[in-house]
Design a protein around this ligand. Structure first.
Ligand code: NAD
Length: 511
């Protein structure tokens, strides 16, 4: 049964400060704003209103080589790596302040390029700034270990050192937020970086570059190239002078990063896809759960690695819960990303829209009941879809297993906790999951056995800077945020200090 729930088309919301022609951006290499060596450029069309909003330098391998050389030189000079943490922290704190001061400008560009709604883009500015603040604190408290238990003639220091030059590659769904989960952590550790944002959302990473220079970051410490994955991105993965790859994006490209890293055995840190479960037991607070299910499934138009795309609910409360979810979902506003009232904005590009609609159509063909959502929203411009709720999904169907990356919720049921666990853990991904229950023992035992890097109990999607975030299985390798997030960008060095007479190896017959 379909409910025609939303306005027949998207109303346009014009802002006085919209650019009248595309802004032209350059890349940041060795502290200077520079075009690509080839002079080639590419543009970004806003998925919300079809305007061309940005024109970018199109980096090739040679541009990446220049950026890596600058980062290498800045790292090897040692002035950043050995700068007192107090001074490095001051630059990170200043960057956080500048993000807050420029939040409206950056949020507008995020909404225009990614299609996310402006209210959410604005909230992500504070979240991002907070990560820079956090890293300033961690930079000053990062330390190793000392060992005084090694015998009379030996003490040792285990020091954390910055790993070196890092290639940072980011996706389009949370442009400023995801670079803020990587770059300040790398900088806090003392690393230098070459950064490539997604070709769909390059603007705000370049603005961050401006802010970093304003905050006093030395030339060459952060270099930003713009361009495409299979050229500029691939060179960043392959380059021999790069020590580490920090990648967020699809699992397929993550696997390419691992393969490329084998050439020079770079460290690889990966934040990849997800097909996250919200497991609801019959004793849960269904009112709270219903709200979180909507947020988890539809926030950022479902274009989120943390999208709570699978609702696994105890059969006895399925109808009651689903009724509440549908009731709320009918009120979710799909709209122009610039409309302050909109809750679901535009889809990033035509291919992604086709993918989402294709999954819903496929589920219909498989006999799934579409409780809500009718595919594409008619509009004079832009790319919009209705949020969809799919009832009666079988655990073996594509919509139960594949990452759709759109506002599509698949509902499955269970009779026993074992069955719920088996459905939740059948995914090849393991990024996050939620458990809803009022029984503490169920919460503890269930969260211990769920295979995911983040488990929420009776909530969804919170992410304080202090807490590590990352995936099990094909959702990734390594962790971001928290102390672990800075430690990812370090090597351990063991230094042993011997004193007193040393036993002669040869003369004493020791072997
Ligand atoms: P994507 O993998 O297509 O692209 C991500 C980045 O990789 C882009 O900058 C792109 O230019 C670059 N790239 C593409 N091919 C490359 C190559 N051959 N070599 C080097 N770089 C290359 O992903 P996307 O479509 O931008 O983002 C969506 C995906 O990201 C989803 O799967 C989502 O789950 C995942 N994601 C994960 C997290 C997380 O924290 N786990 C967060 C956000 C997004």
């Amino acid at each position: 049964m379909n409910f025609p729930i939303h306005p027949a088309s998207i109303s346009r919301f014009m802002r006085a400060d919209l650019p009248t022609r595309p802004h032209q951006y350059k890349m940041l290499v060795d502290g200077k704003w520079t075009p690509s060596l080839s002079g080639e450029t590419f543009t970004r069309q806003s998925p919300g209103n079809d305007m061309i909003v940005g024109e970018y330098a199109k980096a090739g391998a040679a541009d990446v080589d220049l950026a890596v050389t600058a980062a290498r030189k800045a790292f090897d000079a040692g002035s950043w790596a050995y700068m007192a943490a107090e001074d490095r922290a001051r630059i990170l704190t200043r960057t956080a302040e500048l993000i807050r001061q420029n939040a409206d400008r950056i949020a507008l560009l995020e909404a225009l390029e990614s299609g996310k709604v402006i209210s959410q883009a604005r909230a992500e500015m504070d979240w991002s700034a907070n990560l820079w603040d956090y890293c300033a604190a961690v930079a000053r408290t990062l330390h190793g270990d000392s060992h005084n238990n090694l015998g009379a003639n030996l003490i040792a220091n285990v020091m954390r050192e910055p790993i070196g030059v890092v290639s940072i590659i980011t996706p389009w769904n949370f442009p400023l937020l995801i670079i803020s989960q990587k770059l300040p952590f790398a900088l806090a550790a003392g690393c230098t970086a070459v950064v490539k944002p997604s070709e769909f959302t390059s603007a705000t990473t370049l603005i961050l570059g401006e802010l970093l220079l304003e905050a006093g970051l030395p030339a060459g410490v952060v270099n930003i190239v713009t361009g495409f994955g299979n050229t500029a991105g691939q060179r960043m993965l392959d380059h021999a002078a790069v020590d580490m790859i920090s990648f967020t994006g699809s699992t397929n490209v993550g696997k390419l990063a691992v393969r490329a890293s084998a050439g020079t055995l770079k460290k690889v840190s990966l934040e990849l896809g997800g097909k996250n479960a919200q497991v609801v037991f019959a004793d849960a607070n269904l009112e709270e759960a219903a709200d979180a299910i909507i947020e988890g499934a539809f926030k950022n138009a479902g274009e989120s690695c943390n999208c709570g795309a699978r609702l696994i609910v105890e059969r006895s409360v399925r109808d009651e819960l689903v009724e509440r979810v549908v009731e709320r979902a009918r009120q979710v506003q799909v709209g122009d990303p610039l409309d302050p009232a909109a809750q679901i904005g535009a889809i990033i590009n035509q291919a992604q829209l086709d993918k989402i609609v294709g999954f819903v159509d496929g589920a219909k063909r498989d006999g799934v009941e579409v409780l809500l959502g009718e595919g594409r929203v008619p509009s004079d411009a832009g790319l919009f879809v209705y949020p969809s709720i799919l009832m009666g999904v079988d655990r073996h169907m594509p919509v139960a297993n594949d990452e759709i990356f759109g506002p599509v919720l698949s509902v499955m049921t269970f009779e026993t906790a074992e069955e719920a666990l088996s459905i939740a853990n059948q995914s090849e991904y393991g990024l996050s999951a939620a458990v809803w229950t009022s029984d503490y023992e169920t919460a503890i035992t269930f969260s211990r056995r769920l295979q995911a890097g983040t488990i929420w109990v009776n909530t969804y999607s919170s992410g304080p800077a202090e807490l590590p975030f990352g995936g099990y299985k094909q959702s990734g390798i390594g962790r971001e945020n928290g102390r672990a997030g800075v430690e990812e960008f370090t090597e351990l060095k063991t230094v042993q200090f011997h004193f007193g007479g040393r036993q002669n190896w040869w003369a004493n017959g020791r072997r």
